[in-house]
Design a protein. Structure first.
Ligand code: HEC
Length: 151
């Protein structure tokens, strides 16, 4: 009788401990997935533009403009997908980014400045004007990845 009672208590405690933990895991998994998805959309725009800049695809001023606009928009989204504690084994975010919030946000701002300048350059319709602006945007991605993203 006593054993049964203890087993019951133990089961209750175990369920009580494991439920919040797995709910937490699911929440973090969702946060990581949202973040990686947002970056996938951003990266896809860069890929479209890179093809044209590097001559692998014909330059299409309208398509380039759409990609630049979308990249600039996504650059305003990604700073908001790093809630504290949103790390798990499938995330490549380095933990230091949450301790260096000011620097991390500055790198985000740099990227926003570059993507905004790229939008302006795209309006010229001139690939020679676009190229340096595109290069500067790519460099702003790399600056953060080198520091805060695991390979
Ligand atoms: C201020 C920091 C920062 C900037 C700026 C930044 N990134 Fe990232 N990026 C990250 C971090 C951190 C991750 C890892 C996210 C994770 O796995 O949780 C990441 C991941 C990615 C991924 C992989 C997504 C996946 O599915 O795993 C792509 C693609 C990407 N970034 C593209 C870009 C591009 C393109 C730019 C520039 C236009 C850019 N990033 C700018 C920090 C940044």
């Amino acid at each position: 009788m006593k054993n049964r009672f203890l087993c019951g208590v133990l089961a209750f405690v175990l369920v009580g401990l494991s439920l919040p933990v797995s709910a937490q895991d699911a929440r973090v998994a969702g946060q990581v997935k949202l973040r990686q998805s947002a970056y996938t959309v951003l990266g896809a725009q860069m890929g479209i533009m890179a093809g044209m800049v590097q001559g692998r695809a014909p330059y299409d001023a309208k398509a380039f403009q759409v990609a630049a606009d979308r990249a600039a928009f996504m650059a305003t989204v990604v700073p908001d997908v790093f809630p504290a504690g949103s790390m798990n084994p499938s995330s490549k975010a380095k933990a230091e980014l949450w301790n260096n919030a000011a620097e991390f946000q500055k790198l985000m701002k740099d990227m926003q400045t570059r993507t905004a300048a790229l939008v302006t350059a795209a309006k010229s319709g001139n690939l020679e004007t676009i190229k340096p602006a595109f290069g500067a945007t790519g460099a702003s991605c790399k600056a953060c990845h080198d520091k805060y993203k695991a390979d």
